[in-house]
Design a protein around this ligand. Sequence first.
Ligand code: CTP
Length: 436
Amino acid sequence: MTTGNNDRLDLAAGLGAPLRRLLAQTASIAHTHGMALWLVGGVVRDLLLGRTIERDLDLVVEGNAPALAHILAAELGGQVNVAHAAFGTATVALPNPADMYTADPLLVDLATARVESYPYPAALPVVQPATILQDLGRRDFSINALAVAVRGIGMELAPAPLFDPFHGQHDLALRQLRVLHDQSFDDDPTRMLRGVRLAARLNLRLESHTQTLLQAALTRNRLEATTPDRIRTELCLALSEPQPATVLQLADAWGITPHIFASLRWSAALAQRCDRVLLTISRQPSAMVTTEQVYAGVLTYDLTASERVELAERYRLPKETARLLHEIGVVRTLRDTLLAPGLRPSEIDRQLQRFSAAALLVAACAEPPPLPDVLHHYLAELRPVTPLLDGHALQQHGVTPGPHLGQLLRDLRAARLDGLVVTRADEEAWVEASLR
Ligand code: CTP
């Protein structure tokens, strides 16, 4: 861990000079307006772990965060993207000092230090301004309830002690996740899913009392009482983690998966398929699919058709994800057809052209050889093939516009896929012959 002398957190090490300068300027401006600024949550945790900070910053303001956002935007040449006066939150886009020449600004999330109360379990919280101590006390896990005061001396950050009232640094050293109070999972059941993500990412285990609380919340069906939209948000975040299979593995081990979707289960085979995702995507750079799409397909690959529909409906998955799950269910039934000896390229194309590249790459991760090679060959070599003659050229050969012309173009493409025509003259001869 990178705590410096006198338990002062050496922000300098993890943040890099340009970011330090921006924070120092931000803190000085806040100070001038009588507001104190704190770096909080995941950033502090990651700094303590010695991880490089490549993320937008979360700052807590003891003062009026939306007002500070507008002042910062005016003084530093940025722009307030969103400000919610009622919640005391704002996001300000500031010129990125590390990257002045690109259009990408640095997003800084500012939030007024606040307490939250939950009118009933799993409800959205009611918010009131508070001190930094109270603000940390409303958080999910001790390792996220950490703060460092941000103060500027000129253009540099003043070293500051870690503010760690809930002993998060100790838990981080033990690599354990601990909630701050016994109602934590009842207040916000999505913390169970946040916990799984964090534990998978940072290789953490549940502290024993926290484990008891989690089991009790599961038994009381707290996840079932949470809106599907909030669960879906967490599921999407899980897919963006570096190791989504490990997230599922832990969710299984902690007894969470049956409360999300009973037939979703981790298996060693599934983990192996996930191991192939990045390489599989990198083989088809022009396919433009995202890792999240492919992980979503691979993790649900073994569900039945009706389970896929149920999953999509229960969590109101976006249309394209629901379609992807449906496509995967169909692609996996084509294995024997696609591996039939002597299958012509045009026949492979006929079978596969209706599917998205994402669905085919999911199958390439999940199916045993030689099917992945067939799918990669199709995507790279067959799918992009187009005839040299287009609709205009066919009309010059006397074909009248209409469905017949479209069919002729498709047949011509099939002939090209099967190697029956190579040159433009071949295609012209093929068209003449077809018309005869
Ligand atoms: N938080 C919480 N309960 C939640 C969501 C968030 O207590 N249900 C708190 C945590 O203290 C967290 C902070 O809000 O650190 C910011 O949340 P978020 O940006 O989602 O998480 P990070 O901790 O920054 O983690 P990540 O590395 O995943 O971005």
